[in-house]
Design a protein. Structure first.
Length: 111
């Protein structure tokens, strides 16, 4: 007998909201995640090692290790923007005021 497919969870469109973070914290985490992904893409494409990043980012090895391992909970958005800029990147932040039917889509970072 086949099991019938049923929906076990309906998402809001934001993994952070689904995990229980409030609206503001969810937005901040989404921005941080977008910045981190952009930074890691550049690091991978350029083949940077930790020693290279210590010099480029002007950060000690423990901070570089945290960044490469995604441990950014204590890093500010400003710090991540600074890292992206030091790697030659430029982030564009777009703020919108969506219709009431889409309250979970306010700030997006295109890095």
């Amino acid at each position: 007998m086949k099991k019938k497919n049923t929906t076990s969870h309906v998402t809001t469109g934001s993994v952070f909201k689904d995990l229980g973070f409030d609206e503001a914290e969810s937005e901040a985490l989404e921005i941080k995640a977008a910045l981190l992904n952009s930074i890691l893409d550049v690091v991978e494409k350029r083949g940077y090692k930790q020693r290279d990043l210590e010099k480029v980012l002007d950060q000690p090895q423990p901070r570089v290790s945290e960044l490469l391992n995604g441990k950014i909970s204590k890093m500010s958005i400003e710090k991540l923007l600074n890292y992206l800029q030091r790697l030659g990147g430029l982030a564009h932040i777009r703020v919108t005021f969506p219709a009431a039917t889409a309250p979970n889509k306010r700030v997006r970072v295109v890095a």
